[in-house]
Design a protein around this ligand. Structure first.
Ligand SMILES: [Zn+2]
Length: 249
């Protein structure tokens, strides 16, 4: 048995039998990990209120060779994400962020960039950065870090810079091309600019000079398209968000 300690972001907490919980968390060093918190459902458990989704924690766990489920020994709260989850929209947003990493982070593989992305996005949301901007920034970056949707510089088809009218997103593709190299929904220069800006600016800087809501809508559509194409399905939490917003309409 190996004892490990790491800073982590809690991605998911589910019940196991009457007494325990399974906690999925993301670390820089070991990527995504899953462990059992014994007795976490019992009153006065030593885990108390520490097992909060998206909380930043210091976690210590035991790992056994060949087992993918560790045993969590202690969890200490470093930063709660509770203030951004006090309304329905915030709760949905939180599960959408976590869902991305449950899907894209690898188990047992160093995940420094994904950790930093989620950590800084939560930090920005806690500081009051616009939720829409933060979500678009996050989803575009997850696809970039996963190597699924690279930054748009020149057209990968012909090597030429994108013309002033913008680019297109081919139905059967995961990168933007110039209108001569493919057909599909048009992507405006402002959206291309957004996808370039996220490579050199953090969320606080983006928030000082934010793109228009129309640009953010197009970024959302493009990312959803690329993600669906890559996963061959939609993230469950994204479906829930769409259905809920339609109902609230
Ligand atoms: Zn081209």
């Amino acid at each position: 048995m190996a004892l490990q300690t790491a800073e982590a972001l809690i991605l998911d907490v589910t019940d196991l039998h009457d007494r325990d919980r399974i906690v999925t968390f993301l670390t820089r060093e070991h990527g995504k990990k899953k462990g059992v918190a014994k007795g976490a459902r019992v009153k006065h458990s030593r885990f108390g209120g520490q097992l909060q989704p998206l909380a930043k924690v210091s976690v210590t766990w035991f790992e056994k060779e060949g087992r993918d489920l560790g045993r969590i020994s202690t969890v200490e709260l470093v930063r709660t994400a509770h203030p951004i989850q006090t309304d329905l929209e915030g709760l949905l947003l939180g599960s959408y962020l976590a869902d991305h990493l449950l899907e894209f982070a690898q188990e047992g593989e160093a995940s420094e960039h994904l950790f930093r992305l989620l950590d800084s996005t939560l930090q920005a949301l806690l500081a009051g950065v616009d939720r829409d901007l933060a979500t678009r920034y996050f989803e575009a970056w997850v696809l970039r870090l996963a190597g699924v949707f690279p930054a748009p510089w020149d057209c990968p088809g012909c090597g030429a810079p994108f013309p002033p009218e913008g680019a297109v997103l081919p139905r059967s593709g995961e990168m933007l091309v110039c209108p001569d190299c493919g057909g599909g929904p048009r992507v405006s220069p402002a959206v291309i600019d957004f996808l370039r800006r996220i490579g050199r600016e953090g969320l606080p800087a983006m928030a000082e000079n934010p793109p228009s809501p129309a640009v953010l809508r197009q970024v959302e559509e493009i990312c959803a398209h690329v993600r669906r194409y890559f996963l061959q399905r939609e993230l469950r939490s994204y479906d829930v968000i769409q259905r809920t917003l339609a109902r609230l309409g």
